[in-house]
Write a protein that binds this ligand. Sequence first.
Ligand SMILES: [Mn+2]
Length: 325
Amino acid sequence: MRTYEQELEQVKAYLLQHDDYLVVSHVQPDGDAVSSTLAVGWLLSCLGKKYTMINEGAIPKRMNSLWHADQILNLSEQQPGRTYSNIICVDCADFARVGYTRTVFEDGANILNIDHHPTNDRYGTVNLVLAEAAATAEILYDVLNVFDIEWNADIATAIYTGLLTDTGGFRYSNTSPKVMSIASELLSYGVNGPELAETLLEEMTLPQIKVLVEALNTLRLSEDGRIAWVYVTPDVMDRCGAISEDLEGIVNYPRNIQGVEVGILFKSLKSGMVKASLRSAGRVDVAELAQIFGGGGHVRAAGCSIEGKLDDIIPRVVEQVKLKL
Ligand SMILES: [Mn+2]
């Protein structure tokens, strides 16, 4: 197996060798997915390469002010009208996470897989996977430095966004000395830390508050008080005028209850699927749990989608959590 440094060199060679790239991240992109997409785009523009950035859906509005965020094509609204043979996937633990963007991949396309999920199955032609990294943006910081690029506030803000959001505001256990030292360097390039924290972590829309209230009203705990969960239905989403990104962070409420080891948010979708977001206080590896249901993620934060009715799926998932406790 190659070392991380050797993988970085391979990535450099890959990026220099090809042109006309497609940069994609996962469905329902979070801060790390968006900032990693933009960081790759920024690097490719520095290298004078042609590239297109696409996501299956819209990027969260709170990230609109990031460099070129408006240039990430929303595949559900706009088709590129062509296919691509050089793909760069960022923050995607497995190939399925790219969603429908795979419909614009050419058969047998080259794939560069840059990610930090421990469940990443190395689906790329070239892989740069570092599970110890707090965010894919942290890995991209290393990639950018392999190229000797000139840092500025735009690219620094993109990388900082990924670090900030994937560490929950530099609070989670993945907030390593390396994360803090990178963040410190990025601030010196002109990143506005407090403003980003305000827009990305603090600020809430009214629909977001309404759906939070509804979700908290569904709170249930296991008999021993170590598992807590809430759920949201399509009716509730409609009533609150909420969209998917408004659910971000809700899963932390059940998990934050004293004595709770695993918190879960169940979201039933109109499609008949139920999405479960799992958060662990540290004792249970929720990535392992999510994998039982075909999902994945990190030790303390993971997710999966299961087909079926909410009433059936909740006890099934809770039962699996109990087995792990
Ligand atoms: Mn990430």
